[in-house]
Design a protein around this ligand. Structure first.
Ligand SMILES: C[S@@+](CC[C@H](N)C(=O)[O-])C[C@H]1O[C@@H](n2cnc3c(N)ncnc32)[C@H](O)[C@@H]1O
Length: 219
């Protein structure tokens, strides 16, 4: 998936994936997922202008997002009336606010070497990417944040090769992550709501999954 594809999507306001409320699974499961441990840092890859960022910040976490579209990032801070400062790096720009920072750039070009994450919240990130990029993305996550637990929301449906969103089965999640994470499925439900970010012509096959991924060597 080319970078320009997403930048164009934002310019045309074709953002069917954006939700006007916090994701229901995040509200339902976040406390259980974090086990009410110390409030730490949450990474939100491919974050768009999701209200989930606000939910996590209000829960007391420091939130770090990455998003390729500057329009999305500008809209996030403006629409939520959050003051931020901008710092330009050679390949990306960092928008910094009190509780939420967003790296605006290609996730594969951001330098994460100085950043430690306790948790990763992946909603519509992995499934936004076609297979070769998905493998690269999973490697990035495993290499840069080996100690982070992952809250992973995915979709599965009949068409395997058209997207985004791209279908992801439990078996594919296992292939990408089971070497280093213990994978626990928390939810699996059919999606009948055609307003969601799904393929309208295969709505009857759509399934939503939620997984908790816990690093094996730090359990
Ligand atoms: C399907 S949307 C999900 C957005 C958000 N997670 C949500 O739940 O609303 C995927 C987002 O990833 C961004 N994106 C796609 N490729 C990216 C990349 N290589 N680096 C950073 N952001 C990217 C897109 O601009 C888009 O906003």
């Amino acid at each position: 998936m080319e970078k320009e594809f997403w930048i164009e999507k934002w310019h045309r306001n074709e953002i069917g994936f954006h939700q006007n409320d916090v994701h229901p699974d995040l509200k339902k499961y976040w406390d259980e997922f974090t086990e009410k441990k110390l409030k730490k840092t949450v990474f939100v890859p491919l974050c768009g202008k999701s209200l989930d960022l606000l939910f996590l910040a209000k829960k007391g976490f420091h939130v770090i997002g990455v998003e390729i579209s500057s329009l999305a990032v500008e809209q996030f801070f403006a629409e939520n009336k959050i003051a931020c400062e901008k710092k330009d790096y050679s390949r990306y720009t960092l928008y910094k606010s009190e509780y939420i920072d967003i790296y605006c750039g290609d996730i594969f070009e951001v330098d994460f070497s100085e950043i430690q994450m306790s948790y990763i919240y992946d909603r519509a990130a992995l499934i936004a990417l076609p297979l070769p990029m998905r493998i690269k993305y999973a490697e990035l996550i495993k290499t840069n944040f080996p100690a982070a637990k992952i809250f992973l929301c995915t979709l599965e449906f009949g068409h395997l090769d058209i997207g985004p969103p791209f279908s992801l089965s439990q078996q594919q999640v296992n292939e990408l992550y089971s070497s280093v994470y213990q994978i626990e499925q928390k939810e699996m439900r059919s999606i009948l709501d055609s307003s969601l970010w799904v393929h309208k012509d295969s709505v009857q096959f759509n399934k939503h999954h939620l997984f908790f991924l816990t690093p094996k060597d730090v359990r």
